[in-house]
Ligand binder design. Structure first.
Ligand code: AMP
Ligand code: MG
Length: 200
């Protein structure tokens, strides 16, 4: 099974993915976790185009498209179950840019596309605390309203993606009070794993 997980930056996607890795290990499931940005960055580095992952977003659109294509081709070579960590849309200076255009979707052939969502205010606080990425100008400064809009736009994108390739859409919301550290991420990972593990 091929699963794509998307979320806006600062939603805690990486943390959810780490919990999913733990579940996979505990249940002895063979699943490869592929970070789309890592594959793009590998190609960007090879071509001397970016020094850090967040340096890819300002690149010309056609160059980013070439990186996207290279990443998709590499990931499609992985056999068995794959969980792909990526973005439904990238907020660039050109506007919201499709993270998974038809050409890329047809290479990746996902069965399930997950949109991970969170209260925009919590995302805002997480971004404010992310000093390391802030230093390199990694994250664009946005208001809670802008984050909310980006999440809504991402929903529209994932629905279109699913319709293009006959995939299922799964909206996973990390909401409510966080009763323990990383509680939201833990709960989201548990839900995803319980729903999908039998097909992995
Ligand atoms: P991440 O660490 O997941 O936020 O990804 C790092 C960077 O990789 C993003 O800021 C984008 O520049 C790039 N990236 C990841 N996934 C995609 C995608 N599907 N399409 C275009 N760029 C992507
Ligand atoms: Mg991340």
């Amino acid at each position: 099974m091929k699963i794509i997980i998307t979320a806006v930056p600062g939603c805690g996607k990486t943390t959810v993915l780490n919990f999913l890795k733990k579940h996979a290990e505990e249940d002895k499931k063979n699943v490869v976790f592929a970070n789309f940005g890592d594959y793009m960055f590998e190609e960007a580095k090879k071509r001397g185009l970016a020094e850090h992952r967040d340096g890819m977003r300002p690149l010309p659109k056609n160059v980013q498209e070439e990186l996207q294509l290279a990443a998709a081709k590499k990931i499609s070579e992985i056999t068995g179950s794959v969980i792909i960590d990526t973005h439904a849309s990238i907020k660039t200076r050109f506007g919201y840019w499709s993270g998974l255009p038809e050409s890329i979707l047809k290479i990746l052939k996902p069965d399930v596309i997950i949109s991970l969502e969170k209260d925009p205010q919590i995302i805002l606080e997480k971004r404010a605390g992310d000093k390391e990425r802030e230093k390199i100008g990694a994250r664009d400064k946005e208001t809670a309203e802008e984050i909310d809009l980006h999440q809504k736009i991402n929903r529209a994108f994932v629905i279109a993606y699913a319709a293009l390739v006959g995939a299922a859409v799964k909206i996973v919301e990390a909401k409510g009070e966080e009763t323990e550290p990383l509680g939201h991420a833990k709960q989201a990972a548990r839900k995803i794993w319980d729903d999908l593990k039998d097909s992995i």
